[in-house]
Design a protein around this ligand. Structure first.
Ligand code: AMP
Length: 285
C-alpha cells in the first residue's frame, strides 16, 4: 500500500483533490479510528476511483461540559489505518482552518428531527454536525459520502439535509460494526474501564432481546429490551425507544414494518449509544 497524501491546509488539500479524475468517496471522522471507520473506508474504496478521509474533531458539535477536551487523539495510528485501507488523501485540518473567522454565524439547522433523542440530550449537537458536514462536502466535492448506521439519527439528518437542500452527493449508510460480544465499536469505548465495558454490553444485549421479540409487536420489543436494561443498574438509561426510522416518532402498538430500536445510556462517565433496525410484526407481514 502506498501512504495517503496527508494535508492540513485547504490549499494543499485542494491541490491534491484536484488531481483526481473519476469518482471520489469520502469518509468523515473525528479521529481515534477503529474497525468501524476502517469498514467505511473499505466500502468507499470498493465503490470509488479515489478515497478521501477527513479527520476533524469538530468543536461546534460538542456542548460545554461534554468530552471534547478528553476525546482520544491518535493521529499517527489513524494514518496507519488510512494507509492500510487504501485511502488516497487525508484532510486533517485544525479548527482555525475549518473556521477561519471563528464560530460561524450562519449554520445549518437540523430542524425538528434534530431536537429529539440525541438532540434532546445534546442541544445544538446536530446543527454543529450538519454545519461541518456541509462545509466538508463543499471542500471535498465527493461523489459519495459514507456514514455509519451506528449514528442512525446523524445518518438520517445528513440524508435529509442532502435532499432538503438539493445537494448533489450520494449518501451511503454502512451497517454497525461490533465486537464479537456485540458491543458496538466506538471511539468513546476507550474511556471504559474493564468493569464499565461489562456493564456496556447491556446496550447491545437489550437490542438483541428486542429484535428477538420483533414478531410479537412493538410492546413486546420494548418490554424485552427494557427487561435487559433494568437488570443492569450501573447503566443510567437516557432513552430506549422503538421509532419510525424516518420520522423518529414512537411507533404505535398496531405498527407493522421497518422500525428503529435505539438506546442511549451513561456507563461510568461515558455516554454510549446503539441501535438496531428491525422489521416489527413479521408474522403479519
Ligand atoms: P466518528 O469518528 O465517531 O464521528 O465516526 C465517523 C463515522 O464512522 C460516522 O459515520 C460513524 O457513524 C461511523 N462509525 C462509528 N462507529 C461505527 C461502527 N461501530 N460501525 C460503523 N460505523 C461507525
Amino acid at each position: 500500500m502506498t501512504a495517503p497524501v496527508v494535508t492540513h491546509a485547504r490549499t494543499e488539500f485542494a491541490d491534491a483533490r484536484g488531481r483526481f479524475g473519476g469518482s471520489v468517496g469520502v469518509v468523515m471522522t473525528m479521529g481515534a479510528l477503529h474497525e468501524g471507520h476502517a469498514t467505511l473506508i473499505r466500502r468507499a474504496r470498493e465503490e470509488n476511483d479515489a478515497v478521501v478521509v477527513t479527520i476533524f474533531l469538530n468543536p461546534l458539535q460538542f456542548a460545554a461540559g461534554e468530552d471534547l477536551s478528553r476525546y482520544p487523539r491518535t493521529l499517527q495510528r489513524d494514518l496507519e489505518i488510512c494507509e492500510r485501507e487504501g485511502a488516497d488523501l487525508v484532510f486533517a485540518p485544525s479548527p482555525d482552518v475549518v473556521y477561519p473567522d471563528g464560530e460561524p454565524g450562519v449554520r445549518v439547522s437540523a430542524g425538528p428531527l434534530g431536537g429529539v433523542l440525541e438532540g434532546a440530550s445534546r442541544p445544538g449537537h446536530f446543527d454543529g454536525m450538519l454545519t461541518v458536514v456541509n462545509k466538508l462536502l463543499n471542500i471535498v466535492h465527493p461523489t459519495r459520502a459514507y456514514y455509519g448506521q451506528k449514528d442512525a439519527q446523524q445518518l438520517l439528518l445528513i440524508k435529509r439535509m442532502v435532499r432538503d437542500l438539493d445537494m448533489s452527493v450520494e449518501i451511503v449508510g454502512v451497517p454497525t460494526v461490533r465486537e464479537s460480544d456485540g458491543l458496538a465499536l466506538s471511539s468513546r469505548n476507550a474511556y471504559l474501564s474493564e468493569a464499565d465495558r461489562e456493564v456496556a454490553l447491556c446496550l447491545s444485549k437489550a437490542l438483541q432481546a428486542g429484535e428477538a421479540a420483533r414478531n410479537s409487536g412493538p410492546a413486546a420489543v420494548r418490554r424485552a429490551a427494557r427487561d435487559v436494561l433494568v437488570r443492569e443498574p450501573l447503566a443510567l438509561v437516557d432513552y430506549l425507544v422503538l421509532v419510525d426510522p424516518v420520522t423518529l416518532e414512537q411507533v404505535p402498538e398496531y405498527f407493522r414494518g421497518e422500525a428503529l430500536l435505539a438506546v442511549a445510556a451513561k456507563v461510568g462517565t461515558t455516554r454510549l449509544i446503539d441501535n438496531v433496525p428491525l422489521v416489527v410484526g413479521g408474522r403479519e407481514a
